[in-house]
Design a protein around this ligand. Structure first.
Ligand code: FUB
Length: 322
């Protein structure tokens, strides 16, 4: 009888162990409580995902954006992240005075080009909000970066630019032609960039995309170009598709619904080690209000017809990838 009880206890123990869920490592949203991060941009290089972010700073008495610098983070597996620290600041650009808004880093010709908007120093070129878009360059995603053009590529006095020249998104097409998209307050623009990455090559064109508010991002899946963007304000993330990088754009729908505690959400979309991801920000790490934000990541999924399904935002984030 005693033997039977021992066997029963052993079996129960084994059953309990077998039923224990396997521990799954997840990233957790927001990704970092400290520092505060906003406006994600991502690229994959040498099996590593690099995340470029802006920096929301808490300054007593200041409720709006306080942004002076940009960070770089990296991960080999979406769970273990390294904060590489500040890699670019307003002071790195002689022509800029303040407001380090959303940037975009892209690889081309073996170098890394980090396009960033800031308010310019030269008040004679300020007609609207005073933002210019410049670019810094480095040999590696982690830098060191230095101003590549010595002046803004786009500013208020550029023909057909917009009132708020922010949120650059640069895309190198399959034939090598480079395009820069940007815009805010319902006005989107794009321009061809010269092969040297620091000059425009042709006129500034208007982007016609339903509900466009700001934060354009281009990616391609199969032979379809996806233009995602912040729509309305407070913003959802929505998207349109085309068979050409310059449109015409056919409206498709919502990727990410409005975020309760943040009127902005600024997306970045990437495929890494076979998984698709949506990076965005919320204001979940902070008691500082809607202008103190933190970057998050969740899974992005396409249906069988290539339509992006609305993202399910989670607190747990995404699982480790090998
Ligand atoms: O972070 C400042 C601005 O807020 C960005 O440039 C926009 O995309 C919005 O996120």
């Amino acid at each position: 009888m005693k033997q039977f009880v021992v066997l029963l206890a052993l079996a129960a123990g084994l059953f309990t162990i077998a039923c224990q869920p396997t521990k799954v490592e997840t990233s957790g949203n927001p990704l970092f409580d400290d520092p505060l991060t906003a406006d994600p941009c991502v690229l994959v290089y040498n099996d590593t995902l690099y995340l470029f972010t802006g920096s929301d700073e808490t300054v007593p008495g200041e409720e709006g954006f306080v942004m002076k610098k940009w960070y770089v983070f990296s991960t080999p597996d979406m769970v273990n992240w390294t904060n590489h620290g500040v890699k670019l600041t307003v002071e790195d650009f002689d022509w800029a005075s303040h407001a380090a808004f959303a940037g975009h880093c892209v690889e081309n010709h073996g170098k890394f080009w980090w396009y960033v908007p800031m308010v310019v120093k030269d008040t004679t070129t300020i007609v609207h909000e005073g933002f210019g878009i410049g670019v810094a360059v480095a040999d590696h995603p982690l830098g060191p970066y230095k101003d590549a053009s010595g002046k803004p590529i786009i500013c208020d006095t550029t023909t057909n630019s917009v009132v708020l020249n922010i949120d650059p998104a640069v895309y190198v097409d399959d034939d090598g032609q480079v395009y820069m998209y940007w815009g805010s307050w319902n006005e989107g623009r794009y321009v061809k960039l010269n092969d040297n990455m620091i000059e425009t090559d042709g006129p500034v064109e208007t982007v016609e995309a339903t509900n466009f508010f700001e934060a354009p991002w281009i990616h391609k899946k199969g032979d379809t170009y996806y233009l995602s963007y912040a729509a309305h304000y407070p913003s959802t993330t929505e998207y349109s598709t085309s068979k050409s990088v310059t449109g015409p754009w056919e409206y498709q729908g919502v990727i990410n619904d409005t975020i309760q505690n943040s009127p902005t959400n600024h997306q970045a979309i990437v495929t890494f080690k076979g998984q698709d991801y949506l990076f965005y920000h919320n204001a979940g790490s902070s008691t500082g209000g809607p202008f103190r934000r933190s970057v998050c990541v969740d899974k992005l999924e396409y249906d069988a017809n290539g339509k992006i399904m609305e993202v399910v935002r989670t607190k747990t984030g995404v699982a480790e990838v090998k």
